[in-house]
Design a protein around this ligand. Sequence first.
Ligand code: SF4
Length: 469
Amino acid sequence: MLEPAAPQLEPAFDAANQRVHVITHGCQMNVYDTHRILQVLGAAGWVETSDPTLADLVLVNSCSVRDRPEKKIIGTLSRMLPLKEAHPGLRFGVCGCVAQQHGESLLKKVPYIDIVFGPDRIADLPEIIAENRTGRRVAMTELDDPSDHAFLPVDPTVETGPSAFLTIMKGCDRFCSYCIVPYVRGRQVSKPAAVVVAEVESLVRVGVREVTLLGQNVNAYGKDRAGEPSFADLLARVAAVVGLYRVRFVTSHPADADDAMLDMFGSLPSLAKGLHLPVQSGSDSVLFRMRRGYDVARYMDRLARVRRACPGIALSSDIIVGYPGETPEDFEATMSLVQAAHFDSLFSFKYSPRPGTAAAKVKDDVPETEKAARLARVQSLQDSISARRMNGYLGSEEVVLVEGPSRFARVGGRGKLRTEVQGRTSTNVMVNFGIDRVAAEARGRLVRVRIDEVLSHSLRGTVISWEAD
Ligand code: SF4
């Protein structure tokens, strides 16, 4: 009898000095997850490369919020297929929301994807890669049980600038009709407040001066965990960390935006003067069908309250046009809301169904041409409002947190040191200005700047004084 042939295994995989290139689509949560992926792989010996031609693994951290996300992933990776031919050891992976949503079917559909994993499986990535290197294509997308989800600890050593993101919760319990997030990120789980504060302190110790707290619905923070403080109380605890200059947060939900949280903008000096409060529609009937849990009156009351607490606060929002059943009258109501709200900026999109959501079961009945026309109208209105808001900065004095050299950085000139740097106002507008020191000395410092020029999305100014550290 013949002996069975020995299985042809690849040599044992050694992660040391393997290189990973990550392409990140979507929101800050995905940017944050990319940091965690690099942290996990870094601990296993991998190094990041910004050059995909040098990579042993290319990962696409995907987003399913926008239209045709699968197509975007396939387009990105298919353009890189020649790299696989040149380097047979190269692997392609997909993670993030699309990976979570489609799982193994992505492997079936796209033969050149080697691994697929969901946001809750980031910590398992070294094992997923090792399994793939034995010759198997691997999909791992189990969501954690909310009762025992473990957040990956923050690694402050990977932070290189004065601003950092910090996740304070995962998932969402709201189930807005059009949104895929509760299905791909799971139910809400809040990170314990003591851990959040300790992580902020560890970031401050390495030079971080501004933290953006992240969650799908930060206003519901703590509601899933007995004994945890409310979001307003968490803000107060984070703002009290010595050495932290600014706190920001995204994303808020108008139904959960309570008075205590809104009033914090008037009482916490380090709470940055900016609030993103997505409204989605100016029609009560559309809001009801979107299952948003508030009406226009409640929304406008939230804006009025936060403006009373913090005059001059920058407000931004999201709008979806062409939701199923949106009539011309519904859309005019949205236009009226945008006119009245006077947002500093607005992110507006045409509705498109996400498979698996409640809204996807309803006929997508607003024609594409009508959606496009409505989008153009709302964007044109907002452009004129945003321009007026930006012009309001001319001649004002703003305190800017310096991030580093500007895109047009220059050093020296006529024997005198002159560096172009950039940073953000408390209202989150980018300001470019010249300083008489090197950028590294200025990074992470607060500087008072007079605004001399308003550009479409940024400002230019002149230093008045450096704030004391
Ligand atoms: S609150 Fe936000 S993340 Fe949660 S379901 Fe609604 S839109 Fe999606």
